[in-house]
Design a protein around this ligand. Structure first.
Ligand code: NAP
Ligand code: GLV
Length: 323
């Protein structure tokens, strides 16, 4: 008998076909509506494998009802939506999708950096409102990107890919990360900095650390107060890494110049969120990896991980593999 897989969102038909070869597949039929918790609770009871998105909270309570489950394949590189310790304690493998989204997410991070620095959204809105009556010397002036100093917090796959883009813009790049990367320092001419120094010295600060209890609120009031008044903060990792109330105050009082945000503590962010009232915020709905090719690659990668695990193999992107 084939194992049973539950897929928490309508996904590409080729990926479903791939899963169908190895398993009996049930799928939440909506593309833009998340699976309700009660449906997930019901479906997971008889699932051997779960294909899920970062929108699903896979916690211990949910896993308590998942007696047959042996693998959770997350279609994302970040897996903070999953209680990995709880999964490990129940012998459930957890997998993610690293690498395939690195360049696409680095592109978006750099695009946000430029959009915030040069006020692209604000300028476009200004034009569409009919406020553009003349060219004037200091109208909609922003910050230079070329030749500026970039500070990267979290020098992993995406952090390195961002550093390569920065090099093409003549930027000097510093980084702060959990472990020093001497090879990357040499290869990409990077300078290691302690976080406070990086915040004080950078014109642009990009956050690319994973979200965990260690990084919750990593950028708070004190950290923002260290930054230059002309600095731009870009967060394409997870919303909870930045204290949003502190960021609002820093942007409102011009303690920092602008922010580019692809992620929020609560997603979807409420349309009346204070940050969205500020002209110096460029806000996006978590689209870092959203290119057609990349999203399909992520889906196939999650499916491959799931199938390997169900067949008793070693999934290539097994995040809780025992040492
Ligand atoms: P990665 O290769 O694992 O890189 C993360 C880096 O952060 C690693 O170098 C890691 O250090 C470092 N780090 C971990 N915890 C830290 C801490 N407490 N303090 C300082 N540095 C720490 O991951 P990635 O593939 O680059 O992805 C990074 C994150 O981007 C993901 O976790 C996800 O949240 C986010 N993301 C968002 C989108 C989007 O759509 N917006 C898309 C993709 C990814 P070590 O080298 O010591 O492990
Ligand atoms: C997206 O945010 C991811 O972690 O893949």
């Amino acid at each position: 008998m084939k194992p049973h897989v539950y897929v928490t969102r309508k996904i590409d038909s080729d990926i479903v076909a791939k899963l169908n070869e190895a398993a009996e597949v049930s799928m939440w039929p909506e593309e833009d509506v998340p699976v309700p918790r009660e449906v997930l609770e019901r479906e997971i009871r008889h699932a051997d494998g779960l294909f899920c998105l970062l929108t699903e909270k896979i916690d211990d309570t949910l896993l308590a009802g998942a007696e047959r489950l042996s693998v959770i394949a997350n279609m994302a590189v970040g897996y903070n939506n999953i209680d990995v310790a709880a999964a490990s304690a129940r012998g459930i493998k957890v997998t993610n999708t690293p690498g395939v989204l690195t360049e696409t997410t680095a592109d978006l991070t750099f695009a946000l950096l430029m959009a915030a620095a040069r006020r692209l959204v604000e300028a476009s809105d200004y034009l569409r409102r009919g406020d553009w009556v003349t060219w004037s010397p200091m109208q909609l002036t922003g910050q230079d990107v070329y030749g500026a100093r970039l500070g990267i917090i979290g020098l992993g796959r995406i952090g390195e890919a961002l550093a390569r883009r920065a090099d093409a813009f003549g930027m000097q790049v510093s980084y702060y990360s959990r472990t020093r990367k001497p090879h990357a320092e040499e290869r990409l001419s990077l300078t290691y900095a302690e976080m406070d120094d990086l915040l004080r010295e950078s014109d642009f600060v990009c956050i690319l650390v994973p979200y965990s209890p260690d990084t919750h609120g990593l950028i708070g009031r004190r950290e923002l107060s260290l930054m230059k008044s002309t600095a731009v903060l870009v967060n394409t990792s997870r919303g909870g890494i930045v204290d949003e109330a502190a960021l609002y105050d820093a942007l409102k009082s011009k303690t920092i110049w602008a922010a580019g945000l692809d992620v929020f503590e609560r997603e979807p962010v409420a349309t009346d969120h204070p940050l969205l009232t500020l002209p110096n915020v460029v806000a996006l709905p978590h689209i870092g990896s959203a290119s057609v090719k990349t999203r399909l690659r992520m889906g196939h990668m999650a499916a491959d991980n799931l199938i390997q695990a169900l067949q008793g193999g070693t999934p290539p992107n097994w995040v809780n593999r025992p040492e």
